[in-house]
Design a protein around this ligand. Structure first.
Ligand SMILES: Nc1nc2c(ncn2[C@@H]2O[C@H](COP(=O)(O)OP(=O)(O)OP(=O)(O)O)[C@@H](O)[C@H]2O)c(=O)[nH]1
Ligand SMILES: [Mg+2]
Length: 293
């Protein structure tokens, strides 16, 4: 039947049929709703800005996450799986992104929310942390928690330094391996020197110096290991330099956290204690988080 017939579908579509009217009504109501949900989803990220907690076992990562969640300390045990919690900045701290908003503004409240991601620090369970580092979706910063009392001795310091070396190297590779010329979004690192309530704990500036020195050693021994294996396989030294994964600037000088700025990573060291003393003191960590939120 031709389209201009009285009972063709086109004629029906323009005729005052109840079905046509119902369909049009439905379209008029549904279209704005669909458009809104589509555009709104596109504009606002569905996930909260995240901060990943890394660090050796027993440093106090889970203790900090628990403190952030319940505002009270609780007994923690060695973690075997990652954990993510919704946290809100303490009332006294205003995120940099919301400096010009007033309390009560919904955007102000939203800007205070973040996701804290705890990872297990045990050597055999670091794949959880590695997975987070390999694919940092909406990660605003990394909080590397160290036990300031444990880094006072050789073994504790080396464990922390080796782990931190690997974390920084992963961040460096992410930056140098980026496809775009602009580079990926920078991920800052906070080294949270925890357990400052303990008598044996090193003050933050000494934690920084000790870690830098220990990372220099780690870097040197890794380079030596690579070279030795190259010699053992009868290979030449050429080509090795390309493969060598060297953290920070080239050359044999000492490693400094400052060198990481060139690959888009600022490293800050701040002290605190989650448990003990007169009360928990993690204010400076929250301030750092607020700065990068
Ligand atoms: N004195 C003191 N002890 C602390 C502090 N923070 C955490 N601890 C203790 O350190 C121990 C280890 O803390 P966790 O938070 O479980 O350590 P973790 O980093 O989560 O360790 P893994 O889960 O094994 O990676 C716990 O017994 C805590 O009570 C602190 O600021 N001072
Ligand atoms: Mg834990």
């Amino acid at each position: 039947m031709p389209w201009y017939d009285t009972d063709s579908w086109l004629t029906a579509a323009f005729a005052p049929h109840p079905a046509t009217m119902a369909f049009t009504l439905l379209l008029v109501i549904a279209l704005p709703i669909l458009l809104h949900t589509f555009i709104y989803r596109k504009q606002t990220p569905t996930s909260l800005p995240g901060f990943v907690l890394l660090g050796p076992s027993g440093a106090g990562k889970t203790a900090f996450v628990t403190l952030a969640e319940r505002s009270a300390v609780a007994q923690t045990h060695t973690s075997t799986s990652p954990l993510a919690i919704d946290a809100i900045l303490p009332d006294t701290i205003v995120p940099t992104s919301a400096h010009y908003r007033s309390p009560g503004d919904p955007a102000y409240e939203r800007a205070r929310r973040l996701l804290l991601q705890d990872t297990p620090g045990h050597g055999k369970l670091r794949h959880f942390a590695a997975a987070q580092l390999a694919n940092p979706i909406n990660v605003r910063g990394i909080i590397f928690v160290v036990d300031a009392a444990a880094v006072a001795d050789e073994a504790g310091l080396n464990e922390a330094a080796e782990y931190l070396h690997d974390v920084l190297l992963a961040l460096q590779k992410r930056y140098t391996g980026a496809k775009t010329s602009k580079g990926p979004k920078e991920i800052p690192v906070l080294i949270a020197a925890n357990k400052l309530d303990l008598f044996t704990a090193l003050p933050p500036h000494l934690v920084k110096i000790s870690l830098e020195r220990a990372i220099s050693e780690v870097r040197k021994s890794k380079a030596k290991g690579l070279k030795d294996s190259g010699v053992a396989m009868g290979g030449e030294d050429d080509g090795l330099d390309e493969e060598r994964e060297w953290l920070g600037e080239g050359g044999d000088g000492p490693f400094e956290f400052r060198q990481m700025e060139e690959v888009g990573t600022t490293v800050t060291v701040k002290g605190g204690n989650v448990i003990g003393g007169d009360a928990a003191d993690v204010q400076s960590w929250w301030e750092w988080i607020a700065e990068h939120l």
